[in-house]
Design a protein around this ligand. Structure first.
Ligand code: IPE
Ligand code: IPE
Ligand code: MG
Length: 263
């Protein structure tokens, strides 16, 4: 991956392309999907795993290199104990059931978040899945579990200070960036949230600085190929200015073919 694509969007103007290189998704609406069908909320979580499979396939087919999915937030522990336990079991089962297929399809899997609260078996399964798929190149699938954007930033700060104590009082964005989750991926081009809410819910607080946002009322289990392509089309209509004027962007477009607007 060319280094230029990893630059922080607030430090350099990143390269952009018609297909987002990194999509981040808040997979919301599972509970409501189930309740609408008079099913227990957890039935929606189970059904949501199928949408994950579809999205992974679509990202590979469309040439998206990074997919980051919000599966469990640092605040989701506040849910009823039964639902939390179900989600933990579902996560473990999905990992155990899917890893071979992910590996066969050349997909690199990693889990981002604070794993310290997970039980030993889950952590071991995560580590093994990450190790098995570490060298795969078709897609990097990052699953955010017990992830919080504020945790990510604080965690990075602590690591940065430990790594470079001599820079005290003079740290820069560039010093911090390597310690954030997803440091080896370009910042998300497109953020999708299903389920109708228009908020970040403590997802990638740092990394979304210049990401294009797309909100849809569709519930996660109903988010399908047509809905995904609609989100990409919406992205392709955006003009990514990164602080510049529209005139500057258009001038650049015509001179070097760098497509800030992809229509
Ligand atoms: C998202 O669906 C999945 C998780 C947060 C684990 P929800 O469970 O939040 O579904 P709604 O928002 O209640 O419909
Ligand atoms: C965000 O969804 C977290 C995940 C999708 C994992 P929530 O349903 O937990 O978000 P809020 O509570 O409505 O903001
Ligand atoms: Mg929700």
């Amino acid at each position: 991956m060319p280094l230029s694509r990893l630059f922080s969007s607030t430090r350099e103007i990143p390269e952009t392309s018609a297909v987002p290189q990194h999509i981040a998704i808040v997979m919301d609406g599972n509970g409501r999907w189930a309740r609408k069908r008079f099913l227990p909320r957890v039935a929606g979580h189970k059904r949501g795993v199928e949408t994950v499979r579809t999205m992974v396939r679509l990202c590979i087919e469309r040439g998206v290199e990074n997919l980051t999915l919000f599966a469990f937030s640092s605040e989701n522990w506040r849910r009823p104990q039964d639902e939390v336990s179900f989600l933990m079991n579902l996560f473990l089962q999905a990992l155990q059931g899917e890893v071979a297929r992910l590996h066969k399809n050349n997909i690199r899997l990693r889990i981002i978040g604070d794993l310290s609260r997970f039980d030993e078996v889950l952590v071991k399964t995560i580590r093994e899945a990450e190790a098995l798929t570490a060298a795969n190149t078709a897609l990097t699938l990052s699953v955010a579990a017990n992830y919080g954007g504020r945790w990510d930033i604080l965690n990075a700060i602590n690591q940065m200070v430990a790594a470079h104590p001599e820079k005290r009082d003079a740290y820069t964005e560039t010093d911090l960036a390597p310690f954030l989750c997803l440091a080896d991926a370009p910042e998300p081009d497109l953020f999708i949230r299903t389920g109708g809410e228009q908020r970040i819910s403590n997802f990638l607080v740092w990394q979304l600085a210049y990401t294009e946002f797309y909100f849809t009322d569709r519930l996660w289990p109903d988010f399908d190929e047509a809905a995904f392509d609609e989100a990409i089309r919406s992205y392709q209509q955006r003009e990514r200015r990164f602080g510049r004027t529209s005139e500057q962007v258009q001038q650049l477009d015509s001179s070097d073919g760098n497509s800030a607007k992809h229509a």
